[in-house]
Design a protein around this ligand. Structure first.
Ligand code: PLP
Length: 462
């Protein structure tokens, strides 16, 4: 029997839908969101929530452009519903590739479409490998990534992901990867300033490269601002340092822009804030503003050169639905809306205010650090004892027990997370004006004030 009764949907979800990265055996009713408008989403009972996470860092434009997107989709579906980019091509994919080449910095001019983030990361790995093979360096079989970083969980991407508990159940990694330290300044060594932290991290990285063997490493992947661990921003000089290290050792530099790209940091690519052009970029999520699922890897002339120069060389990777005409048409529309609605300009204009308002929350004892950039922020949650880290019990009680329900009660979607330090992630749609951002911060403040009381009240006796 099809489920027709809206009120029955939460139970039907428990019965039939496996929720990703969720406790499917939990008893709490599943939140069922059925409508969106502006920066808000609405559940089946009509309750409104300010989407402080842009549906997992995707809904850059918010939820009110469905009609225009539908027109673009309809026109495309009526003309050509599907065709691949395997050997042949279609206009929407070509125009989108051309548009991306125009918008992205430097000579990031060659686009390989994918279905999503992990897909992009794995495609980047294969493109990097083919580049080195074509240049007579087959021994470059390893990668470097960063601790706690999330690059997706399909088996290739999982090897690059640095969250141990996601990897442990699934055996030996598909790619040999060495993970290096993150750039969490809040957890820097005593007395270490930004420049000293940067020097230490780059020296550690250099040592890792030398230990592994510089000519065995194919690529280094990092996010401009690392999501997992809580919006970990790079110290001044870090990205230029990565660029320099990669150049000296023939390693390809990959910026994972799945979250930071397409306006999240106020630029087309997050890494533009740090004055570096990487060799490859991986994108998904905000690329389409999530009006359709799509990802892309974009590479420089140098990385694409072997594929163009040798008429007998086959690009050894392909994904049937990648570059789907429907998704390409929607992405073209999304990029057009970005410009028409002044999305990058809005993020740049609002960032200082958002930062100022979030900084005010440092007065709450539970807030140890406020960090991020653009519309991408995290609040690190701490106790007043020791080094401030929440222990396992506190994390369970606060991040999985108290906060999810309390946030919804406050009409807010945000993400408590403890893959690294305990944090609350905030990443509102890029259309938000000052008033909505103020509301977001006010609600976060209310919830965290209560969370601080709960933390105190539930303190285990020493
Ligand atoms: N890379 C980064 C930086 C991500 O944040 C994610 C997902 O959150 C991925 C890759 C994987 O993306 P997907 O979930 O689309 O496979």
């Amino acid at each position: 029997m099809p489920v027709t009764d809206t009120a029955a949907l939460p139970q039907a979800a428990r019965d039939h839908l496996l929720l990703h990265f969720a406790r499917n055996g939990a008893q709490a009713p599943v939140l069922v969101l059925e409508r969106g408008e502006g920066a808000y989403v609405f559940d089946t009972e009509g309750n409104a929530y300010l989407d402080g996470l842009s549906s997992l860092f995707c809904a850059q434009l918010g939820y009110s452009f469905g009609e225009e997107m539908a027109q673009a989709a309809t026109a495309q579906l009526q003309q050509l519903a599907f065709s691949t980019v395997w050997g042949s091509a279609h206009p929407a994919a070509i125009r989108l590739a051309e548009r991306l080449a125009e918008l992205l910095p430097g000579d990031l001019d060659h686009v390989f479409f994918t279905g999503g983030g992990a897909d992009s990361v794995e495609a980047a790995w294969k493109l990097a490998r083919q580049y080195h093979l074509a240049r007579g360096e087959p021994q470059r079989t390893k990668a470097i990534a960063r601790d706690i970083a999330y690059h997706g969980v399909t088996l290739g991407a999982l090897a690059l992901t640095g969250v141990e508990r996601y990897k442990a159940p699934f055996g030996a990694p598909a790619i040999p990867v060495t993970h290096v330290a993150t750039t969490n300044r809040f957890r820097a060594l005593d007395g270490e300033d930004e420049d000293a932290l940067c020097r230490r991290l780059l020296a550690e990285l250099e040592q890792t490269v030398l230990t592994e063997g510089p000519d065995t490493i194919a690529m280094l992947i990092a996010e401009p601002v690392q999501n997992s661990g809580g919006c970990i921003t790079p110290p001044r000089g870090y990205w230029p340092g990565l660029r320099d290290l990669c150049d000296r050792h023939g390693i390809l530099l990959v910026s994972d822009e799945v979250i930071c790209g397409f306006g999240r940091l106020g630029e087309w690519l997050g890494v533009e804030r740090y004055d570096v052009v990487p060799d490859l970029v991986t994108t998904a999520k905000g690329l389409t503003s999530a009006y359709a699922p799509m990802g892309a890897v974009i590479v420089t002339d140098r990385v694409a050169a072997p594929l163009h120069d040798d008429p007998k060389l086959t690009l050894m990777h392909g994904i049937t639905f990648a570059g789907h005409p429907l998704c390409a048409a929607i992405t073209l529309k999304s990029l057009e809306l970005f410009e028409r609605e002044g999305i990058l300009e809005n993020v740049r204009a609002q960032e200082p205010h958002l930062q100022r308002r979030l900084d005010e929350l440092r007065s709450l004892p539970i807030v140890g650090d406020v960090r991020g950039a653009g519309f991408f922020w995290a609040l690190e949650l701490v106790t007043q004892e020791g080094d401030g880290r929440l222990d396992a019990g506190q994390r369970e009680r606060l991040l999985r027990g108290y906060l999810p329900g309390r946030l919804l009660e406050a009409g807010l979607i945000a993400r408590p997370d403890d893959r690294g330090e305990a944090v609350l992630h905030l990443a509102p749609p890029l259309i938000c004006d000052r008033e909505v951002l103020d509301l977001l911060v006010d609600r976060v403040g209310e919830v965290l004030a209560d969370a601080g009381d709960v933390l105190q009240a539930t303190k285990e006796p020493a």
